[in-house]
Design a binder for this molecule. Sequence first.
Ligand code: ZN
Length: 245
Amino acid sequence: MAIHFLNTFSCSAHFPKEWGTGLLSLLIESEQGLILVDAGLGSEEYKNPSLFTRIFRRITKMPFDPRETALHQIRQLGYQPEDIRHILLTHMHFDHLSGIADFPQAKIHLFRDEFDAFLGRRKSFFDLAYVREHIAHHPVFVLHDLTDEKWFDFDAIRLPFSPEIWLIPLVGHTRGHCGVAVKTEKGWHLHSGDAAADFRQDIPAWAIRLVLGPHEPRLRAFGEAHPEVALTSSHMFLDFFEKND
Ligand SMILES: [Zn+2]
């Protein structure tokens, strides 16, 4: 079963100039229909941008091109929006969440702690990236709790899909942030979401810890110990998407 890599939100730093990143959404063909991992920036954000999108447009360089929506790219691949049966969220920040409104019939799967954080009191600057209007269309949520299962040595939650897909709680960037492990035809793929930066880059450890939480060293060590597992994060540098077109 195939897995497609979509860039659903480009956003580049003014400095350093070479820091141009996308947002990696995975499109997975499963026995339960198409599954999207992270929905990217949704169409409505291009029409009525929320506060964080407006802030990002000021402090970064964004093409702000609606052809980057998952909706547009899925149509380009020959699918219809209703073919997306399930969406898995690493977390509910605006750039991962807002695209769900383009797939109103999809069930939205995530870790219960993340949903609670999204609905709860704002406790940090980054909590401002939670935008409640992004669920105003009342999607069906399927909230998942930790069990005593493991994926390799990570605490993990097996989701009811074939091929195997696991939610891997990697809490820190948000209070319920998760990675996602997918068994592809080429082997395991661990998508670490916003728990790590692009592993191919040298980004200062203090900056990663401050913004993305404590898991990057463990994920990097895991990747070195398991070269057979493909490892990505959400904000891959733009050349990743060019290679994986
Ligand atoms: Zn985030």
